[in-house]
Design a protein around this ligand. Structure first.
Ligand code: UDX
Length: 449
């Protein structure tokens, strides 16, 4: 059951969705206003790092199932099913989400439609947006072709984007219950293979579909901040947060995932999504329902300042003149994304306090240089660590987990290691004479190392 699909916006989410829909056998057109992005994708190149994506992109372009265009006329003529996958960034100077791009898709697409179509929103939007866009689409429709607007939120994680799209935990489709249409039937056709594979398919209304996404992200952020709050308690009481997380995680009601204490969450989704959620609750007059998310945000941001404070204390109360090696810049491993990266934030703060900070990341060097041009960038772990007074591991790339303390010992000025992601073998480092600090853990070692 092949569908003709357009994906409007081919950034991170859209490029992945377009390639994966083609992989499912559909004919897909990716649409964007950025000519540089389009020509890269059309040549089979992924403009960011995402495992497995370039293979399926190239395979489906060669098979003739996937094309790219900047023309809304082409997209409107080609597709029966449209997916909105544009960004919803945080508004400048406000907590709320900027919906300019989402609105502009409807403004540009709807007047061009000449046949029955279904538009599925995938972007993360404040609750109420889909209903508003449906009304707008009815106003803008010409020639009697009113598209149905439904919502089909995306839950993909960077680094696992292909897997999360082709083997998701669930599919959620929200429709306007007041104007019944064919969206559920269309979604079932688009995702027939996944449904056959046993992926749960949740049918709901528009508002619930929008809220499933924002509340899932809010829950995940809360889980991380919860364990980071526990880390603060562990640290002053001599307990170990990693053992605590293991122990509470055995309770299946709690679960071990997303209980890794460290320097906290970052990236293009969780921080901005919880803020937009709070802003929307305020607009709806129920801001107190989400006041706790402000604390979730505060705990998270405190991890960044707290880690800088810790390294400053370890270096005798001042960072002036200190040489710090920062290993990891991406907001998480298997990604080159540095948007709101806790690692780069910490590197930047340390530099502002007078340290000379040298950064190394296996994939995110180019992106880091662009937003933090004043940091020093080294081409390897070894070069970054030369003459360092402290090493900070801030993204848990496998390359860092496997470092040999004996080899690194020969390079540095002081043997102090800050394990910002609790990803290292602490005892191994301590055994090699290092002072080890991991958030929420009472392990250490000789401070005069
Ligand atoms: C997230 C959601 O997981 C995904 O479902 C949604 O669609 C988009 O936002 P992503 O931003 O790719 O995905 O990253 P995620 O894997 O959720 O990690 C977010 C941040 O939390 C990272 O900075 C990560 O390092 C941090 N994190 C994660 C922790 O600090 N501790 C954990 O236990 C887990």
């Amino acid at each position: 059951m092949t569908c003709r699909i357009s994906v409007l916006g081919v950034g991170y989410l859209g490029a992945t969705h377009a390639a994966c829909m083609a992989e499912l056998g559909h004919e897909v057109m990716g649409v964007d206003t950025d000519p540089a992005k389009l020509s890269k994708l059309a040549a089979g190149e992924v403009p960011f790092y995402e495992p497995e994506l370039s293979e399926i992109l190239q395979k489906n372009i060669s098979a003739g199932r996937l094309t790219f265009t900047s023309s809304y006329d082409d997209a409107a003529a080609f597709a029966d099913v449209h997916f909105i996958a544009v960004g919803t960034p945080q508004k400048t100077g406000e907590l709320a989400a900027d919906l300019t791009y989402v609105d502009s898709v409807i403004d540009n697409l709807v007047p061009r439609l000449r046949k029955p179509t279904t538009i599925f929103g995938k972007s993360t939007v404040p609750v109420g947006t889909a209903e508003r866009l449906g009304i707008k689409a009815r106003e803008l429709a010409e020639h009697g072709h009113i598209p149905e607007v439904a919502w089909n939120p995306e839950f993909l994680r960077e680094g696992y984007a292909v897997k999360d799209t082709l083997q998701p935990d669930r599919l959620v489709v929200g429709v306007d219950k007041n104007t019944p249409g064919r969206a559920i039937e269309v979604a079932k056709r688009v995702y027939s293979q996944l449904i056959k594979d046993g992926v749960p398919f949740v049918e709901t209304d528009l508002a619930t579909a929008e809220l499933v996404k924002t509340s899932a992200n809010a829950f995940l952020a809360t889980k991380i901040s919860f364990i980071n709050a526990m880390a603060e308690i562990c640290e002053v009481s001599g307990a170990d947060v990693t053992e605590l997380a293991d122990a509470i995680g055995y309770d299946t009601r709690i679960g071990r995932r997303f209980l890794n204490a460290g320097i906290g969450f970052g990236g293009g989704c969780l921080p901005k999504d919880i803020r937009a959620f709070m802003a929307r609750a305020g607009e709806l007059g129920v801001d107190q329902a989400l006041t706790f998310l402000r604390e979730v945000d505060n705990i998270n941001m405190r991890r960044r300042t707290g880690t800088v404070d810790k390294v400053r204390t370890l270096l005798g109360g001042s960072l002036v003149g200190a040489k710090i090696a920062v290993l990891g810049a991406a907001f998480k491993p298997e990604s080159d994304d540095v948007r709101d990266s806790p690692a780069l934030n910490i590197a930047g703060q340390a530099q502002l306090q007078g340290a000379t900070v040298t950064v190394y990341d296996p994939k995110a060097m180019e992106n880091s240089r662009r937003i933090y041009p004043t940091l020093i960038y080294a081409s390897s772990v070894e070069k970054a660590c030369e003459q360092a007074d402290a090493i900070m591991v801030l993204t848990e790339w496998r390359e860092f987990n496997e470092l040999e303390p004996s080899k690194i010992s020969k390079l540095v000025r002081k043997k102090i290691i800050v394990d910002g992601r609790n990803c290292l073998d602490a005892e191994n480092w301590i055994d090699h004479g290092w002072y080890y600090y991991g958030p929420g853990r009472s392990l250490s070692g000789p401070i005069d190392a």
